[in-house]
Design a protein around this ligand. Structure first.
Ligand code: ADP
Length: 205
């Protein structure tokens, strides 16, 4: 059973999957859904994009490096991203599970995550995929750029992000499918409907 009332302890054995990924193209609504699922499942939502943006804002060394890639719509180099995720997953709050948003996005990152998990005898429980229509996501991203002023939500960068996603990240979906981890959900429904569908998808084994 999935606990939406917040009464069951996180990491309860034999119940819901707790080590999760959420995948989908830029603008699919991963961040919005990740926050909702994390609350319902009482696990941290870990977004590599948010961690990079926090570092850009604080002008850390990592932020300065990441910004040059992000503003062009390119991926930050794998070695940098993998090290960042490895240290985040080692923190105490991630020991009872986590929901990773925006990672892994390359085959090298998939292998790095496999190694991080197998080092502690853990494995992924499910990969949630938001299925969306590409034309609709471009519209959403342009809108978000206007509202939030995200510097990588300009039309040119959005196009490049979608291209990079199609080249490097979309092919990973087949890999998760082969591993029997993939759960596809229609990401074009309303926010509440998508959350409900994601939670329902986690109940199916
Ligand atoms: P979106 O999914 O809309 O592109 P994110 O906030 O997830 O937004 O990511 C923004 C940017 O951060 C990406 O375009 C990329 O430059 C960088 N980034 C985030 N996650 C990764 C990752 N796993 N590997 C490399 N770069 C990443």
């Amino acid at each position: 059973m999935i606990d939406t009332e917040g009464t069951a302890p996180a990491g309860d054995p034999g119940h819901v999957p707790f080590r999760l990924l959420i995948v989908g193209p830029p603008g699919a609504g991963k961040g919005t859904q990740a926050a909702r699922l994390a609350e319902a499942l009482r696990i941290p939502a870990i977004s590599t994009g948010d961690i990079f943006r926090a570092n850009v804002g604080a002008k850390t060394e990592l932020g300065v490096l990441a910004q040059s890639y992000m503003d062009r719509g390119e991926y930050v180099p794998d070695s940098v991203t993998n090290d960042m995720v490895r240290s985040r997953l080692a923190e105490a709050d991630a020991q009872g599970g986590f929901l990773l948003d925006g990672y892994p996005r390359t085959l090298d990152q998939v292998h790095a995550l496999d190694d991080m998990l197998s080092a502690t005898g853990d494995a992924l429980d499910a990969v949630l995929m938001l299925d969306v229509d590409f034309d609709a996501v471009i519209g959403r991203l342009v809108e978000r750029g206007r509202e939030l002023g995200r510097s990588d939500d300009t039309e040119e960068t959005i196009r490049r992000r979608i291209e990079v996603y199609a080249e490097q990240t979309a092919p990973l979906v087949a890999l998760f499918e082969e591993r029997g981890l993939l759960r596809r959900v229609d990401g074009m429904a309303s926010i509440d409907e998508v959350t409900a569908a994601l939670l329902a998808a986690l109940e199916q084994r």
